[in-house]
Structures are given as structure tokens and as C-alpha cells.
Design a binder for this molecule. Sequence first.
Ligand code: HEC
Length: 450
Amino acid sequence: MKRIQLPRGVGMWLLAGVALCAGLDAAPVSYHREVVPLLQRHCYGCHHPGKRKGDADLTALAAMREGGKHGPSIVPGEPGRSVLITEVSGADPAMPKDGERLTSAQVGLLERWIREGAVDDSPPAPPPRTVPPDYRAPPVITALDFSADGRWLAVGGYHEVLVFDAASLRRVGRWVGAPARVETLKFSPDSQRLAVVGGEPGVTGEFQIWDVASGTALVRVAPGTDSFFGADWSPDGARVAMGGADRSVRVLGTADGRELLRAMVHSDWVLGVVFVGNGNQLVSGSRDRSLRLLDASTGRMLDVLNRETEPVVRLARFPKEDQVAFAGADSRVRLYKATAKAANTDPGQDPNLVREYESFGRGTTAVAFNLDGTLVAMAGLPAGEVRVHEVGTGRRLATLGGHRGAVFGIAFAPDGKRVITAGMEGELRMFSLPEGRPVTNACPVEVSSR
Ligand code: HEC
């Protein structure tokens, strides 16, 4: 046998390496860091509170202990009696149904976690904040919305929603206890409630419903460990759809925050979801560049609506028909028909594309329609410019300037005569329409100089 001559000292290091690996292996399996991502990727799509195949919900430990049709999915300490392990083991594992099977290392990880007692080491969701934040600098504003009755403007702050009288832009409320980062705000169709989604990257994903009259949270749940984005109400106000950094498309009940649907159809962050087809279907847009049409009750994927040209960063529903505009990360806003394409469409074609708007040099960051669907506003980079176009002709009517940095929020006042923008600089800017003349600026919070 040929002896390998190692330089002096290396053998010691190899030994140390072995010891180190053994040491790592001995650390208990982490549910939060290892098990959840695995189940999320391979199993959650069919086993969540809104869709319990085999009557099994695998998204929470208590539900897994309760189990499904054939008993507890997990029995702490006893992988041999845990249906979850039986289902993913053997020469021809039953689960995941219709998907890539788990590797033996992944099965081993699940087994070991159960043998070690199936401990839930997820950090608790931070308690909602009760004291208004003290701002040292204007907050980056990522979300804005006017109520359809024209009375209120809601603005996302840090751990709070700032509420303004829509006509005067006077601040009338601070709703403390919102997610650290508010990604989207959306008033209900009847203007009585406000949906707030967001979170803290890698820590929580939160969903809240606030009562507008009292300024209190009616529903507050944290069903994720990463941010949610792009909320939209169903026309009857009973459901809200949203996307997640965990690649999920979710629908939650607005009365209790219960999850009604979770669809894992994208391969990257889902940054926008809107209801179409009278609340029966959803369109989701993702950084994976696709715009997908889903059945809103089953989550079944009905079609990919677009030729996948650029990552989708925001979606806006066209108020007149089933069409959706998306803001692309690389160049421009595009408007698509939100109905399934005709069969046998050539993949090189883009038959659902209704209109492409002028390109911005470095991508777009926001898009919004006015209430009657005649105007569309879009924000782009590099300068933080906002443009207002006629939807039908695509003609640019106005350019709203003066922003220092990217614009993430655009909201048309319901009267159609004003539009408000905000973003990086933390200031609200109001412009008159259709000419796009600056009317007023307002800082939404007091900034302390300490
Ligand atoms: C495409 C959908 C789908 C995916 C993905 C999927 N399952 Fe299932 N699962 C099912 C269906 C359907 C059943 C019911 C099968 C039956 O009753 O014959 C089921 C049943 C089960 C059950 C048995 C529940 C009971 O008590 O009868 C367990 C446990 C389970 N799945 C675990 C998993 C795990 C773990 C994964 C991921 C590794 C996974 N499933 C992925 C569809 C799926």
C-alpha cells in the first residue's frame, strides 16, 4: 500500500477536524433552522391549515403531534412510531407525493430530531410594541394607501401605521404595534379595516387587521419567520392574499387570521398577490420572474401568464378588468391579461401582454392605478422619478420630480385629483393631476435631533 506522506502537523489537524465534525454532529437538530426549511420546501404545499392532505398539518408542532388519518405524524422520542417517518422512508416512499424524494440525509435529520424529543426551538414572536418609536431620521416609507371613501391616508412607519386626514394631510393617528417593517397596507373595500403585512427579515412575518374607527388591531398573527408582501382584499372583504419571502402565496381569513390557503408555486420571493376573477382566482408575481394564475380556493396553478423577462417587484390590479400591472426589477412596467392563455401557445410568444410602458434605465420600484382605471403611475430608478401614464394609450401625461432616492409607495386620491408618493427620503409628496404639479410635502413623523 502506498503510504501518503503528510507534512508534519497536518495529521494533527486532520484529527482535530474529525473531532470537530463529531462535535458538530452531536449538536441537537434545530427545528427552526433545519426541520422547518426542509418541510417548508417539500411538504407544506399539501399539509398546511388550509389544505390538510391525509388530514395532516405539518406547519406546527402541536398539529404534527395530533397527526392525521393514521395517527400522530410525530411521536417525540420515537421515530419508529411517527407516521411522518414511515411516509418518507423505504424503497418507494409515499411522501412527498409527486415530488423529488428526500435524500437519506434529510430523512436521517428528521429521524434524529424526533429521537431527540422533537423540540421546538423557534424564537417566540416579539411582543407587539406599545410605545411610539422615536425617530432619529425620517423612516423609509414602503407602503401607502388611501381609503376608498376618500377620508384617510395610511402610511407605513417603523412598528406603526401613521394615519392622515386625506384632504389636509394632517396626522390624526399613530397605530403602534405594526410589524417592524410594514411592506404593504391595504384598506378593505368598505374602508372600515386596514390590512397590514410585513415583518422583520429572518425573524417574523406578520399579518394584521386594524379597525379604522378605533385604531385598534382586530387580528394580529405572525405565521412566518420572514417578511410578507403585497396584500390584497377579496371583493367581499372576507379574505386577504399575500406573498412571502418563504416563496409562499397565502390567503388568510380577515375575521380571525386563520390560514385558508398556502401555495408553494414559486421558486423565489413572492412580492405581489392580487385577487382576480371576482375573488375566485389569484395572480402572484415573484422574483422568479413569473406571473402565475392560481385557483384561490385550492391553490392549483392554472397558468403562467407572462414570458419571464424580469423579476417582479410589485403588482397592481387594474380596477376595470381582470388585468394586472407589474413593476419589473430591470426595466419597466407591463400590463397583462389575468386570464388563462389559449392552449398551445408558443413559449416565445407573450399573448397576454396588453401593454409595455416606457423603460426606466435601472428598473422600477412601484406601480399603482387610479380608482377609475384611467391612469397608472410608476416609479423607477435611478433617480426616484415617478411617471403618470394614460392606461389606454400608454401616453405619458406627467413626470413627478424632486424625490431624493427610490420611491416605494404611490397612492392616487380617490377623487382622482391628487397623487401621493413616498420612499427612501421619508417624506410624503403630494402632486396635482393631471399636470403633476407639486402641491405640498409633509414629513410623516417628528424626527428628534438627539
Ligand atoms: C403533492 C401533495 C403532497 C406533498 C408535497 C406531500 N404530501 Fe403527504 N400526503 C398527501 C396526500 C394526498 C396524503 C394522503 C394520502 C392517503 O391518504 O393515501 C398525504 C398523507 C401524508 C401523511 C399521512 C397522514 C395520515 O395520518 O394519514 C403524512 C405523515 C405525510 N403525508 C407527510 C408528508 C411529508 C413529510 C411530506 C414532505 C416530505 C409530504 N407529506 C408531502 C399529499 C402530499
